[in-house]
Design a protein around this ligand. Sequence first.
Ligand code: OAD
Length: 233
Amino acid sequence: MSSKGGRRMRDRVVFLTGAGTSVESGLPTFRGSDGLWEGQSLEDVASPSAWAKNPAGVLAFYDARRRAVLAAQPNAAHDAIAALENTCDVIVITQNIDDLHERAGSTNVLHIHGEVLKARSTVDPNLVYPLSKPTIEIGDLCEKGSQLRPHVVFFEEEVIALKEARKAMRSAHRVVVVGTSLQVYPAASLVYEAPSDADRYFVSPDKQGVPNGYMLLRGKATAEVPRLLQEWQ
Ligand code: OAD
Protein backbone atom coordinates (compact mmCIF):
# COMPACT_ATOMS: atom_id res chain seq x y z
CA MET A 1 0.00 0.00 0.00
CA SER A 2 1.12 3.58 -0.49
CA SER A 3 -0.26 6.80 0.88
CA LYS A 4 -0.98 10.09 -0.83
CA GLY A 5 -2.03 13.28 0.91
CA GLY A 6 -2.47 11.36 4.16
CA ARG A 7 -5.09 9.07 2.62
CA ARG A 8 -4.30 5.39 2.05
CA MET A 9 -4.76 4.24 -1.52
CA ARG A 10 -4.34 0.87 -3.11
CA ASP A 11 -1.13 0.18 -4.99
CA ARG A 12 -1.47 -0.27 -8.72
CA VAL A 13 0.17 -3.47 -9.90
CA VAL A 14 0.58 -4.00 -13.63
CA PHE A 15 1.39 -7.42 -15.08
CA LEU A 16 2.75 -7.96 -18.57
CA THR A 17 2.24 -11.61 -19.40
CA GLY A 18 3.30 -13.85 -22.27
CA ALA A 19 3.10 -17.45 -23.40
CA GLY A 20 5.24 -18.69 -20.47
CA THR A 21 2.38 -17.78 -18.13
CA SER A 22 0.11 -20.33 -19.79
CA VAL A 23 2.67 -23.03 -20.58
CA GLU A 24 1.94 -24.87 -17.33
CA SER A 25 -1.72 -24.92 -18.36
CA GLY A 26 -0.63 -26.96 -21.35
CA LEU A 27 -0.47 -24.21 -23.98
CA PRO A 28 2.89 -24.14 -25.78
CA THR A 29 5.16 -21.11 -25.97
CA PHE A 30 6.12 -19.60 -29.31
CA ARG A 31 9.88 -19.77 -29.11
CA GLY A 32 10.58 -22.70 -26.79
CA SER A 33 11.80 -26.09 -27.98
CA ASP A 34 8.14 -27.26 -28.09
CA GLY A 35 7.28 -23.88 -29.66
CA LEU A 36 4.22 -23.44 -31.73
CA TRP A 37 6.10 -22.05 -34.66
CA GLU A 38 8.64 -24.84 -34.94
CA GLY A 39 8.39 -26.33 -38.39
CA GLN A 40 5.84 -23.75 -39.48
CA SER A 41 6.55 -20.44 -41.06
CA LEU A 42 4.81 -17.59 -39.30
CA GLU A 43 3.91 -16.04 -42.63
CA ASP A 44 2.04 -19.22 -43.52
CA VAL A 45 -0.35 -18.99 -40.61
CA ALA A 46 -0.49 -15.56 -39.00
CA SER A 47 -0.05 -12.78 -41.53
CA PRO A 48 -2.30 -10.68 -43.74
CA SER A 49 -0.77 -12.31 -46.83
CA ALA A 50 -1.50 -15.80 -45.47
CA TRP A 51 -5.07 -14.70 -44.85
CA ALA A 52 -5.35 -13.35 -48.40
CA LYS A 53 -3.84 -16.50 -49.93
CA ASN A 54 -5.30 -19.24 -47.77
CA PRO A 55 -8.02 -18.11 -45.34
CA ALA A 56 -9.17 -21.69 -44.73
CA GLY A 57 -5.63 -22.63 -43.62
CA VAL A 58 -5.44 -19.65 -41.26
CA LEU A 59 -8.87 -20.46 -39.81
CA ALA A 60 -7.83 -24.10 -39.28
CA PHE A 61 -4.66 -23.02 -37.48
CA TYR A 62 -6.59 -20.79 -35.07
CA ASP A 63 -9.37 -23.39 -34.67
CA ALA A 64 -6.70 -25.72 -33.27
CA ARG A 65 -5.42 -22.97 -30.93
CA ARG A 66 -9.01 -22.30 -29.81
CA ARG A 67 -9.68 -25.97 -29.04
CA ALA A 68 -6.47 -26.11 -26.98
CA VAL A 69 -7.50 -22.99 -25.04
CA LEU A 70 -10.96 -24.41 -24.35
CA ALA A 71 -9.38 -27.60 -23.00
CA ALA A 72 -6.89 -25.73 -20.75
CA GLN A 73 -7.42 -24.51 -17.18
CA PRO A 74 -5.93 -21.48 -15.40
CA ASN A 75 -2.86 -22.32 -13.31
CA ALA A 76 -1.52 -21.06 -9.98
CA ALA A 77 0.02 -17.96 -11.62
CA HIS A 78 -3.28 -16.88 -13.18
CA ASP A 79 -5.04 -17.59 -9.87
CA ALA A 80 -2.58 -15.56 -7.79
CA ILE A 81 -2.80 -12.58 -10.17
CA ALA A 82 -6.60 -12.67 -9.97
CA ALA A 83 -6.58 -12.94 -6.16
CA LEU A 84 -4.35 -9.86 -5.89
CA GLU A 85 -7.41 -7.77 -6.84
CA ASN A 86 -8.54 -8.22 -3.22
CA THR A 87 -5.78 -5.92 -2.04
CA CYS A 88 -4.44 -4.00 -5.04
CA ASP A 89 -5.55 -2.20 -8.16
CA VAL A 90 -4.50 -4.71 -10.81
CA ILE A 91 -4.16 -4.34 -14.58
CA VAL A 92 -3.10 -7.30 -16.69
CA ILE A 93 -1.60 -6.56 -20.09
CA THR A 94 -1.33 -9.87 -21.88
CA GLN A 95 0.16 -10.95 -25.18
CA ASN A 96 -1.75 -14.19 -24.81
CA ILE A 97 -4.81 -14.88 -26.91
CA ASP A 98 -6.24 -17.33 -24.36
CA ASP A 99 -8.82 -16.39 -21.70
CA LEU A 100 -7.08 -17.97 -18.71
CA HIS A 101 -6.63 -14.67 -16.83
CA GLU A 102 -10.36 -14.00 -17.09
CA ARG A 103 -11.29 -17.55 -16.11
CA ALA A 104 -9.07 -17.23 -13.04
CA GLY A 105 -11.07 -14.12 -12.11
CA SER A 106 -9.02 -11.15 -13.36
CA THR A 107 -11.40 -8.34 -14.27
CA ASN A 108 -9.09 -5.84 -15.95
CA VAL A 109 -7.27 -7.54 -18.84
CA LEU A 110 -5.91 -5.84 -21.97
CA HIS A 111 -5.39 -8.37 -24.77
CA ILE A 112 -2.91 -6.51 -26.92
CA HIS A 113 -2.54 -9.43 -29.37
CA GLY A 114 -6.26 -10.22 -29.46
CA GLU A 115 -8.48 -13.04 -28.22
CA VAL A 116 -8.84 -16.36 -30.01
CA LEU A 117 -12.28 -17.00 -28.51
CA LYS A 118 -13.64 -14.02 -30.43
CA ALA A 119 -14.21 -13.37 -34.13
CA ARG A 120 -14.19 -10.10 -35.96
CA SER A 121 -15.41 -8.64 -39.18
CA THR A 122 -13.00 -8.27 -42.10
CA VAL A 123 -14.59 -4.97 -43.15
CA ASP A 124 -15.09 -3.31 -39.75
CA PRO A 125 -12.56 -4.08 -37.00
CA ASN A 126 -14.97 -2.68 -34.41
CA LEU A 127 -17.36 -5.57 -35.02
CA VAL A 128 -16.07 -8.20 -32.59
CA TYR A 129 -18.15 -11.22 -31.58
CA PRO A 130 -17.72 -13.82 -28.86
CA LEU A 131 -17.70 -17.25 -30.50
CA SER A 132 -20.32 -19.77 -29.47
CA LYS A 133 -18.55 -22.64 -31.27
CA PRO A 134 -14.90 -23.72 -31.47
CA THR A 135 -14.48 -23.00 -35.19
CA ILE A 136 -14.83 -20.16 -37.68
CA GLU A 137 -15.85 -21.46 -41.09
CA ILE A 138 -15.53 -19.96 -44.55
CA GLY A 139 -18.97 -18.43 -45.04
CA ASP A 140 -19.41 -17.28 -41.41
CA LEU A 141 -20.28 -13.62 -41.88
CA CYS A 142 -20.42 -10.44 -39.82
CA GLU A 143 -23.59 -8.33 -39.74
CA LYS A 144 -22.26 -6.34 -42.71
CA GLY A 145 -21.90 -9.51 -44.77
CA SER A 146 -18.11 -9.93 -44.71
CA GLN A 147 -16.19 -13.08 -43.78
CA LEU A 148 -15.32 -13.41 -40.08
CA ARG A 149 -11.69 -13.84 -39.04
CA PRO A 150 -10.09 -14.60 -35.68
CA HIS A 151 -9.86 -11.56 -33.38
CA VAL A 152 -6.09 -11.91 -33.18
CA VAL A 153 -3.28 -9.66 -34.29
CA PHE A 154 -1.49 -11.02 -37.35
CA PHE A 155 2.14 -10.16 -37.97
CA GLU A 156 2.53 -6.68 -39.42
CA GLU A 157 -0.83 -5.62 -37.97
CA GLU A 158 -1.23 -3.01 -35.26
CA VAL A 159 -1.53 -4.26 -31.71
CA ILE A 160 -4.73 -3.58 -29.80
CA ALA A 161 -5.11 -1.00 -27.00
CA LEU A 162 -1.43 -0.01 -27.05
CA LYS A 163 -2.23 3.49 -25.79
CA GLU A 164 -4.14 2.10 -22.82
CA ALA A 165 -1.35 -0.39 -22.11
CA ARG A 166 1.27 2.37 -22.11
CA LYS A 167 -0.87 4.48 -19.80
CA ALA A 168 -1.30 1.54 -17.43
CA MET A 169 2.45 0.93 -17.34
CA ARG A 170 3.18 4.58 -16.62
CA SER A 171 0.77 4.55 -13.69
CA ALA A 172 2.24 1.44 -12.03
CA HIS A 173 3.68 1.26 -8.51
CA ARG A 174 4.82 -2.31 -9.18
CA VAL A 175 5.29 -4.16 -12.45
CA VAL A 176 5.57 -7.91 -12.88
CA VAL A 177 6.59 -9.27 -16.28
CA VAL A 178 5.85 -12.98 -16.58
CA GLY A 179 6.73 -15.60 -19.18
CA THR A 180 7.67 -13.50 -22.17
CA SER A 181 10.83 -13.49 -24.29
CA LEU A 182 10.29 -9.79 -25.10
CA GLN A 183 11.13 -10.54 -28.72
CA VAL A 184 8.00 -9.00 -30.21
CA TYR A 185 7.48 -5.25 -30.52
CA PRO A 186 5.78 -3.01 -29.60
CA ALA A 187 4.72 -5.28 -26.69
CA ALA A 188 8.33 -5.61 -25.51
CA SER A 189 8.80 -1.84 -25.37
CA LEU A 190 6.12 -1.59 -22.68
CA VAL A 191 8.60 -2.73 -20.02
CA TYR A 192 10.41 0.59 -20.41
CA GLU A 193 7.25 2.64 -19.91
CA ALA A 194 7.20 1.76 -16.20
CA PRO A 195 8.27 4.55 -13.82
CA SER A 196 11.88 4.12 -12.68
CA ASP A 197 10.77 4.23 -9.03
CA ALA A 198 8.29 1.37 -9.51
CA ASP A 199 9.27 -2.06 -8.16
CA ARG A 200 9.87 -4.14 -11.28
CA TYR A 201 10.13 -7.93 -11.46
CA PHE A 202 10.83 -10.32 -14.33
CA VAL A 203 9.68 -13.93 -13.88
CA SER A 204 11.45 -16.37 -16.17
CA PRO A 205 13.18 -19.75 -16.04
CA ASP A 206 16.02 -18.22 -18.08
CA LYS A 207 18.63 -15.85 -16.77
CA GLN A 208 19.05 -14.03 -20.10
CA GLY A 209 16.87 -11.25 -21.41
CA VAL A 210 16.15 -9.44 -18.14
CA PRO A 211 15.28 -5.83 -18.98
CA ASN A 212 17.27 -3.05 -17.28
CA GLY A 213 15.81 -2.07 -13.94
CA TYR A 214 13.99 -5.39 -13.43
CA MET A 215 14.76 -7.95 -10.75
CA LEU A 216 14.92 -11.50 -12.07
CA LEU A 217 12.77 -14.03 -10.22
CA ARG A 218 14.16 -17.11 -11.82
CA GLY A 219 11.78 -20.02 -12.08
CA LYS A 220 8.41 -21.10 -13.38
CA ALA A 221 5.41 -18.81 -13.32
CA THR A 222 3.36 -21.17 -11.12
CA ALA A 223 6.06 -21.07 -8.43
CA GLU A 224 7.43 -17.54 -8.64
CA VAL A 225 4.25 -15.51 -9.13
CA PRO A 226 2.33 -16.94 -6.12
CA ARG A 227 5.50 -16.69 -4.00
CA LEU A 228 6.05 -13.02 -4.84
CA LEU A 229 2.42 -12.05 -4.37
CA GLN A 230 2.25 -13.94 -1.07
CA GLU A 231 5.10 -11.73 0.19
CA TRP A 232 2.88 -8.70 -0.44
CA GLN A 233 -0.01 -9.91 1.74
P1 OAD B 1 7.73 -16.66 -26.31
O1 OAD B 1 7.49 -18.07 -26.70
O2 OAD B 1 8.53 -15.81 -27.20
O3 OAD B 1 8.43 -16.62 -24.88
C1 OAD B 1 7.95 -17.37 -23.82
C2 OAD B 1 8.84 -17.12 -22.63
O4 OAD B 1 8.30 -17.84 -21.53
C3 OAD B 1 10.28 -17.56 -22.82
O5 OAD B 1 11.13 -16.53 -22.38
C4 OAD B 1 10.39 -18.77 -21.89
O6 OAD B 1 11.68 -18.90 -21.30
C5 OAD B 1 9.38 -18.43 -20.82
N1 OAD B 1 8.84 -19.60 -20.10
C6 OAD B 1 8.79 -20.89 -20.51
N2 OAD B 1 8.21 -21.66 -19.56
C7 OAD B 1 7.88 -20.82 -18.54
C8 OAD B 1 7.27 -21.03 -17.27
N3 OAD B 1 6.83 -22.22 -16.87
N4 OAD B 1 7.08 -19.93 -16.48
C9 OAD B 1 7.50 -18.69 -16.87
N5 OAD B 1 8.11 -18.48 -18.06
C10 OAD B 1 8.28 -19.52 -18.88
O7 OAD B 1 6.29 -16.01 -26.01
P2 OAD B 1 5.87 -14.49 -25.93
O8 OAD B 1 6.97 -13.64 -25.42
O9 OAD B 1 4.57 -14.44 -25.25
O10 OAD B 1 2.36 -12.77 -30.99
O11 OAD B 1 5.66 -14.17 -27.46
C11 OAD B 1 5.23 -12.90 -27.83
C12 OAD B 1 4.41 -12.98 -29.08
O12 OAD B 1 5.10 -13.72 -30.08
C13 OAD B 1 3.11 -13.72 -28.95
O13 OAD B 1 2.09 -12.99 -28.32
C14 OAD B 1 2.78 -14.00 -30.37
C15 OAD B 1 4.12 -14.44 -30.88
O14 OAD B 1 4.38 -14.15 -32.17
C16 OAD B 1 1.37 -12.77 -31.90
O15 OAD B 1 0.76 -13.78 -32.22
C17 OAD B 1 1.08 -11.43 -32.47
